[in-house]
Structures are given as structure tokens and as C-alpha cells.
Write a protein that binds this ligand. Structure first.
Ligand SMILES: C[S@@+](CC[C@H](N)C(=O)[O-])C[C@H]1O[C@@H](n2cnc3c(N)ncnc32)[C@H](O)[C@@H]1O
Length: 341
């Protein structure tokens, strides 16, 4: 079931009802969100991107009845400018990122994403190219592995886990998720093992991010999406871990505040914010949503609208927007959620 479906549709609706609206689903997956958009907004054209060819095949089957209203493209989401160029579509009116792995990727044991199922150590979202988790675990320098586990997995015991990996790989190549999960579990002190869920979770997350260069792609993709967004167009991003959410938060905040001199009561041309934040900090799911859909448990949702410059140059629009203006220190004003929450 698609995460926060009704909330996403509510936030995107003003963009989806603009004349000639084009919606981009940057993470098409199994096409759940995309199907609801196409059903409820009969004039919308969808561009659906996914780097996973299996996901695309599922979505293509599911969305077949919408015919020429859909363009489904095998692409990494930061390739939007190329995709739009090839389709001859100059701008978009609505966009959705539902980050992370799909239920298909988690459920199909042979993809190697799940620490709870034994499988070859693959973890590539695009199985047609690139290094696998097995290549990373067996080939990277120990120092580099420690950095990845610390940075992408926030694993406190990264040096211990990496020592265990290195000891093992000197004897025999590590090729399965079960063996890796076992090595991680044994490397973590017993006291720490009793809290925080499966001890392999952080290592698996770190490897998945490294294998798919997930954060680099996101760093490029959010600005590319915002550049393509038409005036009054809307973008919603759902992240499932703090590293992703931090990248999203920064990219949105950078365009939602003035770059002009702090003390002027009006904006100088070209210095005003180009985005209006629609969520205060990030929105979390309700208890009811999590009960119904456990995948929603860790979601953080952020949404923005592209400001229409026509409004900015007329009347009250020239005054600085209270929600978007920097405080004296050039930070978001007090009350806006600067934390991860
Ligand atoms: C959580 S699922 C999306 C689920 C979808 N919203 C639905 O309703 O079925 C995330 C999808 O994004 C894809 N994905 C992750 N990173 C990507 C990237 N950098 N470029 C393109 N697709 C990506 C994954 O392959 C996966 O299919």
C-alpha cells in the first residue's frame, strides 16, 4: 500500500490541476502512487522513473490502461533533465519522491537487500550495472569500510564490524547476506545487541547506500526537480532515514529564503525565495497510518510549492514573506523546525 497516499495527493493536487499538468514520479516502484494520480486526475500526464528494471516492468503492467498518458523511463532520478529533453517536455507541475527500497526489492530474496533472508550479497537497485555489495565487502580498504558504516549506517561499532569482515575475508570470500549478518551480530557487544532491533540493520543500510550511490543521486535530483518545476507547481519528498532527510531539508530550505541583504524590508529583484514551504519541518505519519502500513513508520514528508514570480512582482508579493525570510543570523526564523524532526 502506498505510503501517505491521501496526504501526498492532497499536497500535490494544486499542481496536478494546473493546465497541461505533467507529474513526475521519481521513484515509480510498483506504481501505487502513480496509479492513484492517474486515476484521480484524468488530464495529467505521468513521467515515471525508476532505476530498477523489474520495478518498471511491474509498473508498466499495472499502468497499461492509462496508455499514452504515461512515459515510463529506466533512469536514475537525477537524470530528469535528460529525460525531459528526450520527451520534449519543458517543465513539470508536480513531483513525488518516495525514497528507499520497494517492497518488491525487500521481498525478493535474491536481490540481497534483506538481512533476514539468505541471498547473494547484491543490493543493486539497477542490476544491469555497477559493483555489488559483495564487491564492496570483499574489496574495499578497511578504512573506507569503516567510513561507510559510520557515515551511512551511523554504526557506532564500525571498527569492530570491519575487523570481523576483514578477518573473515582473509580466509574466505563473503558472498551471502546471512554470513554477513552473522558476522555483524557477533562483532557487536552483547549489551548493545539487546537494543535497537537487528544489529545488521545499520550495516546493510550503509552498504545499500554505497552500492547505489544513493545520497549523491539525491543531492543532484532535488535541485533538478526544483529547476524543472513550473510556477505554482508542487513537490513532495518522503524520506526514510535521517541522511536523506537532511539532504532534502537543505535543498528545500536554500530556495525558501531570501538571498538579499537582511535589513531591507523589500526584496531586491532576483533575491527573493523561489519556494514556499508547505510543511513545518517534516511531517510524520499518524499512529493509524503506521498501524495500517508498517512501512510508513520511519517516513518524514516535506512539501513545497514553486512561487509564481508574477505574484512576487505585483503588490504585496514584493514584501518579504514571513515564512520564508531569514532571521538576523541568516537562519530559518525561530519556530521553523531546523532539527531532523
Ligand atoms: C519506495 S519505492 C517506491 C514505491 C512507489 N511509490 C509505489 O507506490 O509503488 C522506491 C523506488 O525508487 C527506486 N529508486 C531508488 N533510488 C532511485 C534512484 N536514484 N533513481 C531512480 N529510482 C530509484 C527504487 O528502485 C524503488 O523501486
Amino acid at each position: 500500500m502506498p505510503v501517505l497516499l491521501e496526504r501526498c495527493l492532497e499536497l500535490l493536487a494544486p499542481g496536478l490541476t494546473l493546465p497541461g499538468a505533467v507529474h513526475v514520479d521519481f521513484t515509480l516502484g510498483l506504481g501505487g502512487h502513480a496509479e492513484a494520480v492517474l486515476e484521480r486526475f484524468p488530464d495529467v500526464v505521468l513521467i515515471g522513473l525508476d532505476r530498477d528494471t523489474e520495478a518498471l516492468a511491474h509498473a508498466r503492467h499495472r499502468l497499461i490502461r492509462f496508455g499514452d498518458r504515461t512515459h515510463l523511463v529506466h533512469a536514475v532520478y537525477d537524470e530528469l533533465p535528460r529525460v525531459l529533453g528526450e520527451l520534449g517536455i519543458p517543465m513539470i507541475h508536480s513531483g513525488l519522491f518516495d525514497l528507499g527500497v520497494s517492497s518488491l526489492q525487500l521481498d525478493e530474496a535474491d536481490r540481497g537487500f534483506a538481512y533476514s533472508q539468505d541471498a547473494p550479497l547484491d543490493m543493486r537497485m539497477d542490476q544491469s550495472r555497477g559493483a555489488t555489495a559483495e564487491d564492496v565487502v570483499n574489496g574495499y580498504e578497511p578504512g573506507e569500510l569503516v567510513r561507510i558504516l559510520r557515515q551511512y549506517g551511523e554504526e557506532k561499532f564500525a571498527p569492530r564490524v570491519v575487523s570481523a569482515i576483514v578477518r573473515e575475508r582473509q580466509k574466505v570470500r563473503i558472498t551471502s547476506t546471512a554470513r554477513l549478518a552473522e558476522l555483524v551480530k557477533d562483532a557487536i557487544p552483547a549489551a548493545a545487541r539487546r537494543t535497537g532491533g537487528n544489529p545488521a540493520k545499520r550495516t546493510f543500510q550503509a552498504l545499500r547506500i554505497e552500492v547505489n550511490a544513493e545520497l549523491d543521486a539525491l543531492e543532484g535530483a532535488v535541485p533538478a526537480a526544483l529547476d524543472a518545476l513550473a510556477p505554482k507547481g508542487r513537490l513532495v519528498v518522503m524520506s526514510y532515514q535521517s541522511l536523506e532527510d537532511r539532504i532534502v531539508k537543505r535543498a528545500l530550505a536554500a530556495r525558501s529564503r531570501s538571498t538579499g541583504p537582511i535589513d531591507l524590508p523589500v526584496e531586491l529583484p532576483g533575491t527573493g525565495p523561489t519556494l514556499k514551504l508547505l510543511t513545518r519541518g517534516s511531517e510524520l505519519p499518524s499512529e493509524a497510518e503506521v498501524a495500517e502500513n508498517p512501512r510508513a513508520a520511519s517516513v518524514k514528508l516535506r512539501a513545497v510549492e514553486r512561487i509564481d514570480e508574477q505574484d512576487q512582482t505585483s503588490g504585496t508579493g514584493r514584501e518579504r514573506s514571513r515564512l520564508s525570510t531569514r532571521g538576523k543570523q541568516g537562519r530559518l526564523r525561530p519556530g521553523a523546525n531546523e532539527g531532523e524532526g
